[in-house]
Design a protein around this ligand. Structure first.
Ligand SMILES: [Cu+2]
Length: 470
């Protein structure tokens, strides 16, 4: 049986099962897909259709066209997105490791960033020594599932699509003949595509109030569309004590960890921040600091640094099986966008179901440390707490200047320590460049070396060379 026929057989089988289960809902004609009975149709309507030139089956362009050659000649920008499928061993909290499956050695996989209307040329390569086949389904595409085929070790596969809709979209391991998609995705084979709106992002309006002669009035503050951007991807791990995927735990929704960008508590302070703030690397300034120590290299936790009064844009995706109740302790989400439609403003919490994303725009007004959480206590305590530090809440500027770490006071610690490389998406049309990036993320040493070659700071090498902080 060839591939296409076997797929049609599968669809027919599903239809028959559906008909059996739902009895009267399906007629035999619907199941077998036989011709319309025109004798029962309105004759005038048929005549009208005839006069209009007849019915024609029209498919949206992005759905119909997957021919990379044809799409390359449409005059659209073609963006190549190359991934490899690799099983690797990566650390988990508590000093253990687990058997991860990755796109290109990273969890989450590399972030794709394009502009609405671009052609994405997606190429998946599976190394010959990889233990299993993999696939790739990008939710930013609109193509028949038949295009997402399993790619075997030693093979390369490609598909093309037009990114027609703006927003944040999941991609994940998936293939028509791929068994164990749940294992692959929940072991790390997921990522996002950001599709910037063709006309750019909108300015951000934040409502404040002012008082004059005892009367309160609205004082609307407008921020430019350009923003400092981060990505936060939520997921769970379902592991046996040996670090293998536990399907039984998954089916019972008994996760063993909640991860943000692949790690539990990956964005909290570490010993360097302890030293800066408390003068002692051993005195923790956050309740849980599991990735604490220069020897952890790229896995050492790193907070996210922003300026006060700065437009911040977060691309948030729920990659997992459990809902995410996204909330930032001490802040209000100034704007929530899904697709490119604004869903809410001035919101305390916004919920994401599985495989759902959003863009959160906000401004941190006051200096301080703010925890972005999944406001489900089980998720918070198992890893879904991410620390943003806005401005200079610890008064470190004079000490950092005295030590020669920075030449003059800075509006955020990112100027001294950088922001974690795996939380920062590629630059888009309204991105503010981060002052610096540090090498941080759940990825292999090979990937870490690539990040260093591209200018990200290996803090584990740099920090010991800094003059002592007075
Ligand atoms: Cu896979």
């Amino acid at each position: 049986m060839n591939k296409r026929i076997s797929m049609l057989f599968t669809i027919a089988a599903v239809a028959v099962i559906g008909a059996t289960l739902f009895g009267s809902t399906y007629t035999q004609t619907q199941i077998s897909g036989q011709s319309l009975d025109t004798s029962k149709m309105d004759v005038n309507v048929i005549e009208q259709i005839h006069q209009m030139g007849g019915l024609q089956l029209v498919m949206p362009e992005a759905f119909a066209v997957t021919d990379c050659g044809a799409l390359a000649e449409t005059g659209r920008k073609v963006v190549e997105f190359n991934l490899t499928g690799e099983s690797v061993t990566l650390p988990i909290m508590g000093g253990k490791t687990y058997n991860a499956m990755t796109f290109s050695g990273e969890v989450p996989g590399p972030t794709l960033r394009v502009t609405q209307g671009d052609v994405v040329k997606m190429t998946l390569t599976i190394p010959a020594d990889e233990v299993t086949g993999h696939g790739n389904d990008m939710h930013a595409s609109q193509m028949s599932a038949g295009n997402f085929e399993s790619v075997n070790p030693g093979e390369t596969s490609q598909y093309c699509y037009i990114a027609e809709s703006a927003g944040i979209f999941k991609y994940h391991c998936s293939g028509v003949h791929l068994i164990g998609m749940d294992q692959h995705v929940l072991s790390g084979m997921y990522g996002i595509a950001i599709v910037d709106p063709v006309n750019g992002y909108k300015k951000l309006a934040v409502e404040k109030t002012s008082v004059s002669n005892g009367k309160v009035s609205i004082d609307r503050q407008i921020y430019d569309a350009d923003a400092l951007e981060f990505t936060l991807q939520y997921n769970q791990l379902y592991l046996t004590p040996e670090g293998n995927y536990d399907a039984g735990a998954m089916f019972q929704h008994h996760n063993t960890a909640t991860v943000v960008n692949g790690m539990q508590f990956g964005y909290v302070p570490n010993m360097v921040h302890n030293l800066l703030v408390k003068g002692d690397p051993g005195k923790n300034i956050f309740v849980a600091q599991p990735w604490n120590g220069l020897e952890l290299k790229q896995y050492q936790s790193q907070p996210l640094f922003v300026e006060n009064g700065q437009h911040v844009r977060l691309f948030v995706e729920n990659q997992g099986n459990e809902p995410v109740f996204f909330h930032i302790v001490g802040e209000i989400l100034d704007r929530v966008t899904q697709g490119n439609r604004v869903q809410s403003g001035a919101t305390e919490t916004w919920m994401l179901g599985g495989s759902q994303g959003m863009i959160v725009d906000l401004v941190f007004d006051e200096p301080g440390a703010y925890a972005a959480v999944n406001h489900d206590y089980a998720a918070i305590y198992t890893g879904a707490a991410t620390v943003f530090v806005a401005g200079d809440p610890f008064g470190l500027n004079p000490r950092l200047v005295d030590a020669g770490v920075i030449p003059a006071p800075v509006p955020s610690y990112a100027y001294a320590l950088g922001n974690p490389s795996n939380a920062v998406p590629p630059m888009g049309m309204n991105s503010i460049a981060h002052p610096a990036l540090n090498v941080h993320g759940l990825y292999t040493d090979e990937v870490a070396s690539e990040k260093i070659a591209n200018g990200a700071l290996p803090l584990w090498d740099i920090v010991p060379t800094l003059p002592p902080i007075p």
